[in-house]
Design a protein around this ligand. Sequence first.
Ligand SMILES: Nc1ncnc2c1ncn2[C@@H]1O[C@H](COP(=O)(O)OP(=O)(O)OP(=O)(O)O)[C@@H](O)[C@H]1O
Length: 238
Amino acid sequence: MSTALEITDLSVSYDGVRAVRRVSLAAQSGEMVCLIGSNGAGKTSTMGAIMGVVPSTTLSIKLFGEEIGHLKPHQRVQQGLSLVPEGRGILTRMTVLENLQIGSYPARSTPVQVQADIERMFTTFPRLKERAHQLAGTMSGGEQQMLALARALMCHPRVLLLDEPSMGLSPIMVDTIFRVVEQVHKSGVTVLLVEQNAALALDIADRGYVMSSGTITLFGDANALAADQRVKEAYLGE
Ligand SMILES: Nc1ncnc2c1ncn2[C@@H]1O[C@H](COP(=O)(O)OP(=O)(O)OP(=O)(O)O)[C@@H](O)[C@H]1O
């Protein structure tokens, strides 16, 4: 199995205050890896730094063995990395269709390819098809999360970074989103998932990392982490 994503010594500071300290993590090709931890642990900062949208000092970020740490975010997208950010990051004053079209820009797809990708997204998310001409900002939270995920998939990522996809969603909508995440994973995409809902994350992931106060404190097989007393007490409410 090849290594899809390999992060070495990633650190993030805000105004001189260290939020993430020398984090190293990896995901093998086709793996689903989760990153769990309490509020403010540094998960979102880590995801942003991997994507290049949050400044960091990082020794190395490798995507399928190629160093991408020096690349701009859109260049990282071209290399096969996509982020669905926390809070979704969709363009609220544009329609669903426009959001999907813009989502395809970094991939430099041909118009025929873009159209095929939009149809693919509409098959995966029929709700988005029904609402193709609706302004994204007027959709429900769950619909916006679907759009954010669909937009990231327009670029055919090889590695998908998902930051808190369940945030603020009803249980039914969480089910819908996670079913698609599982489909995407089964299609061979490597997934790095940040989730506040640790039980859900450890249930769906192959492996996990636990983050606390800016550092990785535990990692391992997802089942083993879910059975770990420290994880149970701190994150699973048991
Ligand atoms: N833009 C910023 N400016 C200053 N401090 C920030 C900024 N973004 C994050 N922080 C701080 O960095 C720390 C880590 O935040 P981060 O959002 O990465 O954590 P998190 O684990 O994703 O938390 P949550 O689960 O609540 O989203 C926190 O103390 C936060 O207040």
